[in-house]
Write a protein that binds this ligand. Structure first.
Ligand code: NAD
Length: 351
């Protein structure tokens, strides 16, 4: 496969490759679209099976960030970086510094942040070589971790979906099944419990499950969570959870959760629609993290960040209404709305 015939190339503005023999760094940075602003997206450190897989992943994720940031109303474009290797054995200070130099060399077209395989501490090392890094703000409420804001966005999205579907403004007594008691799942649990919802949660990790239980969630078996008789299903674990097999077992009338790429294929969006299930597109509802990362870099306050996250509810309401009107899937409507913004951009004011 070459860059140009990759299915995810989609007119990327820039794809840059870096090999640094001294530190062992092998990395790719992809910048999809900068019409609304510099491309901000996480730096993933993952032991890809091949260079082709790494390229495909970075292009797919970078393109996805153009859509996510445009829909979040941020003056940002879409980009992503991948470091090819096993973070457990190959991550070193020298390698992260080399990554910082790679990013710096792009003169701000790409701004990095943490992603799977990298964390706040790594961003601080990368930041020794480049200013184009976010998610490292010292002294912030959560020390750079965006997951509380992602959870806040999902919480707002669940409220918006319940208001649209049931004309209900309260979550009191609403039954929410959460798949995944990780950072986002647990923050979401706390918000839902405080709002009077009944939370059921499943996780393969017993320690995380116990932490969620302590916050007031009831536990449910991993095998049963998708088919739970709940009002809302919130996938907060991994991607492609709604596939040909699972799409038919969902009993909840609303699917609204944080996991990226929840639909295994585009067709599952249509299948959910035909089953009368309201789907909050993942790249809209889980934008709280990127919003926070943006405000950390723009040195905005956590209050500004939280207020911006609340706007996810309005965006979702708009998508739900338009999808109901046109008969398209909510995911398709969200894509069209994003393209209206970044293909014919109106200038969005910076914070
Ligand atoms: P995390 O790694 O902290 O938590 C994920 C949890 O899911 C873990 O506890 C894990 O044990 C559990 N899990 C894995 N497979 C499972 C399965 N089959 N059944 C049940 N539980 C399972 O991750 P996170 O930061 O909480 O993020 C959750 C999801 O949201 C991820 O898909 C992530 O990509 C997405 N997301 C996160 C953020 C953020 O700010 N953290 C932002 C946008 C999207």
């Amino acid at each position: 496969m070459t860059v140009f015939n990759s299915p995810s190339f989609d007119s990327h503005e820039l794809v840059a490759f870096k090999e640094d023999a001294r530190s062992g760094l092998r990395a790719i940075i992809a910048v999809h679209n900068t019409a609304l602003g510099p491309a901000l997206g996480g730096c993933r450190f993952y032991p890809y099976g091949s260079d082709e897989q790494a390229l495909e992943d970075v292009l797919r994720l970078s393109r996805g960030m153009s859509y996510k940031s445009a829909l979040a109303g941020l003056p940002l474009g879409g980009g992503k970086a991948v470091i090819i290797g096993d973070p457990a054995s190959q991550k070193s200070r020298q390698l992260l510094l080399a990554m910082g130099e790679f990013i710096e060399g792009l003169n701000g077209q790409y701004i990095t942040a943490e992603d799977s395989g990298t964390g706040v501490a790594d961003m601080k090392v990368i930041g020794e070589r480049t200013t184009y890094v976010s998610g490292v703000m010292d002294g912030s409420r959560f020390g750079g971790d965006p997951s509380p804001y992602t959870a806040q966005g999902v919480f707002c999205g669940i409220k918006a979906a319940c208001a649209f579907r049931h004309k209900a403004n309260s979550l009191k007594g609403v039954r929410v099944a959460i798949q995944g008691a990780g950072s986002v799942g647990r923050h979401l649990t706390a918000l839902l419990v405080a709002a009077g919802a009944e939370v059921f949660i499943a996780d393969i990790n017993a320690a995380n499950l116990a932490l969620a239980q302590a916050l007031g969630a009831k536990t449910v078996a991993v095998a049963d969570v998708l088919s739970m008789d709940a009002d809302v299903l919130a996938p907060c674990a991994m991607g492609a959870v709604i596939d040909e097999q699972t799409v038919g077992v969902i009993k909840a009338g609303i699917v609204a959760g944080a996991a990226n790429n929840q639909l295994a294929q585009v067709i599952q969006g249509e299948q959910l629609r035909q089953r009368g299930i309201l789907y909050a597109p993942d790249f809209v509802i889980n934008a709280g993290g990127i919003i926070d990362v943006y405000y950390q870099r723009a040195e905005g306050s956590s209050e500004k960040s939280a207020a911006h996250v609340e706007t996810i509810a309005d965006t979702l309401q708009r998508i739900f209404r338009r999808a109901e009107h046109t008969g398209e899937t909510t995911a398709r409507v969200a894509e069209l709305l994003a393209e209206e913004r970044f293909l014919a951009p109106v200038k969005i004011a910076a914070a």
